[in-house]
Write a protein of this length. Structure first.
Length: 654
């Protein structure tokens, strides 16, 4: 549905201002042909799905655009006007496609109030086919403007992007996909207002249903799923619009998805950082250009959630700055958590302290009673006992000596015995007094220790009670304050993540984990709006405040949830294997009994063979190679690789 009033279109569908109708166009209705109330003026364009005409509404004397359903692979014109299936076998698919064409026209007619979608005015049946009547769109195709200007100013791109987002969201809500968004299908007026034309839902449906109807896509703007039988959806249109914006920003479309599947040379806008654009917008376009459909936003609403609002953004808040200022930040726990836990923990600490004091006091009270607990006094007591025992024995011996002797003692012997007895009694008395003195001192020491322990116990109990009173007062004061707002929680979380000071590798691991857990984001190592929104989504699944920033605990939890396959995939991405490296891997696998074609592309066959080899190594069968496994594989197939390298060198020789 290529339309315009500023000029006409050539056979490729490009607006050529100031030219007349296309020449040498066969199988079209001639000028002057009447279709009900519409008279054909000229041919605007012709493609494999139909013919577009500029016509005049004879009732209102206004120009309109007619789109004729005429798939050249299924039908032909019989004579001047009638359209018939080429063969009887193609009658059913021709009729089915006509129904899809009508259904698409009806869906578009319900979107007549959406500014950026071409307006459908009428639908008529004639000549064995159907015609869609549309209002002309003022301006020129974006493709022609890019050929002239190369790139567009940021303000024009932002205006165009905002309008196209609204258009696609309304179209998708009506169950209508475009399937072919590219610069040639966007008309831009002098004010930068776009109009999306040539919806291809019917064309895509027919291409998927019958081999006679070949799909037609423009390299650089078509998503990977459009080259296969994979399911298409809003994410397909998101890729086409992202590729179109990429062209308008850089001056060239991104590499085709087919080339990217073999060797992805795509240059992310987040790294190019063209002047005048907000980082959030650039990263949003990068997300829309993810090669895998499940890695792109799945709807326009999801895409809007991670894109900046219209106009320039103050983006630095989404960056985590490194350096001394970041290192000096500290983590501040939430007030709610402080209120709940402070009183409890102080009470528990006080109870433990009191128990320790009581136990310590009991030890001190009982310690002096036992002789063995005081090494300083142990020798004195032992010496007293050692002295007392011989003295008693000697006294007993003196008492029995006279009776046992038959010889009378002389005066001198009696005197000496008396003196010795007196001396021993004196020594015994001194030992007894010394023992009594030691016992008194021990009793006094025990009493003093008990008094000190009691005083210390009372002081510590008083300190614990005071600490508890202060904790209760703080908790009561905190309870009077309102709970933290979402902005305060976000600020606290941002400081917590800044303290982590995550490396680029850590950030890639976070993005890989998020993608593996169903929150798709490209592993760029940069945390922008997309990553922040995916972190918030993950936090919701964990019952956490969805701040979009990670603290140390959340970072560890998220890392622990990464499936082994995602970790292995990230490890292989870090290897950055060249095309030749991949061929050597395939040669090595084949030599080891895991046959795989030597293409240099790792598809499902190569992945399954890598997994089979990993099983022989007692390693997780992820299908992705780590650096260690890559080296081990080459070592095990060294002989085969040597022959392969030799053959390559000979092939290069003249």
């Amino acid at each position: 549905m290529v339309v315009a009033t500023a000029g006409h279109f050539n056979r490729l569908g490009d607006l050529v201002p100031g030219t007349g109708p296309s020449k040498d166009v066969r199988g079209v209705l001639p000028a002057g042909t009447r279709l009900n109330d519409y008279e054909i003026i000229s041919v605007l364009g012709q493609g494999g799905f139909g013919v577009t005409y500029l016509a005049r509404d004879t009732r209102l004397e206004d120009q309109v655009v007619l789109k004729e359903y005429l798939p050249t692979s299924l039908a032909l014109r019989d004579g001047i006007a009638n359209v018939l299936p080429r063969t009887t076998d193609l009658g059913e698919p021709f009729a089915w496609g006509r129904e899809r064409f009508v259904a698409e026209a009806r869906a578009l007619s319900r979107l007549g109030q959406v500014p950026a979608i071409v307006r459908v005015l009428d639908l008529l049946e004639a000549n064995g086919t159907v015609y869609l009547v549309m209002a002309p769109a003022e301006g020129e195709p974006l493709r022609r403007r890019l050929l002239r200007d190369n790139i567009l100013p940021p303000a024009v791109i932002e205006r165009m992007f905002s309008s196209l987002l609204d258009a696609l969201q309304e179209a998708h809500a009506a169950g209508l996909l475009h399937h072919d968004i590219k610069p040639a299908n966007i008309i831009v007026d002098a004010r930068g207002n776009p109009t999306l034309i040539d919806f291809g839902a019917a064309r895509a449906a027919m291409a998927g249903r019958t081999a006679a109807m070949a799909a037609s896509f423009t390299p650089g703007y078509a998503a990977a799923e459009q080259f296969s039988s994979a399911k298409q959806g809003p994410w397909t249109d998101i890729y086409g619009l992202s590729a179109t914006l990429y062209h308008a920003i850089t001056g060239a479309p991104p590499p085709s998805t087919f080339d990217r599947m073999l060797d992805d040379t795509y240059q992310p806008l987040a790294k190019l950082m063209p002047a005048g654009f907000s980082p959030g917008l650039l990263i949003g376009i990068d997300a829309g250009l993810a090669l895998r459909p499940d890695e792109r936003p799945q709807s326009i609403a999801d895409w809007r959630a991670i894109l900046p609002p219209a106009g320039p953004l103050d983006e630095p808040a989404t960056f985590v700055m490194r350096g001394p200022s970041a290192a000096a930040r500290t983590i501040h726990p939430s007030r709610a958590g402080t209120r709940r836990s402070m009183g409890l923990w102080i009470g528990v600490a006080a109870a433990i302290l009191v128990a320790a004091v009581v136990a310590d006091g009991a030890l001190k009270l009982t310690a002096p009673v036992t002789e063995a607990t005081d090494p300083a006094r142990r020798p004195v007591v032992a010496q007293s006992r050692q002295q007392t025992a011989p003295d008693a024995a000697a006294t007993a011996g003196m008492a029995t000596t006279p009776a046992a002797s038959d010889t009378p003692a002389t005066p001198s012997e009696v005197e000496r015995a008396t003196v010795e007895t007196a001396r021993r009694e004196e020594d015994t008395q001194q030992a007894r007094e010394s023992h009594q003195k030691t016992a008194v001192e021990a009793t006094q020491s025990s009493a003093e220790a008990a008094a000190r322990a009691a005083a210390q116990d009372a002081a510590q109990r008083q300190a614990a009670e005071e600490a508890q009173r202060q904790a209760d007062a703080s908790a009561a004061k905190a309870a009077e304050r309102p709970p933290p707002t979402a902005a305060e929680l976000r600020q606290q979380a941002e400081k917590a993540e800044a303290t982590l000071n995550l490396s680029e590798r850590d950030r890639r691991r976070v993005q890989t984990a998020l993608t593996a857990l169903g929150h798709p984001v490209s592993a760029t190592g940069y945390f922008g709006p997309i990553t922040r929104s995916m972190i918030s989504a993950w936090q919701k699944t964990q019952g956490l405040p969805d701040t979009g920033f990670l603290d140390a605990t959340q970072f560890a939890t998220l890392g622990g949830q990464v499936p082994p396959e995602a970790e292995a995939r990230q490890a292989e991405v870090a290897l950055n294997l060249s095309d030749q490296d991949r061929k050597r891997v395939q040669v090595a696998l084949t030599a080891l009994g895991h046959t795989v074609p030597t293409t240099g592309y790792f598809g499902s066959i190569s992945r399954s063979m890598i997994a089979a080899w990993q099983k022989t190594q007692d390693a997780p069968a992820t299908g992705y190679l780590t650096a260690v496994q890559f080296a081990a594989l080459q070592q095990q197939a060294a002989a085969a690789l040597a022959k392969y390298d030799q053959a390559r060198r000979k092939a290069k020789e003249p």
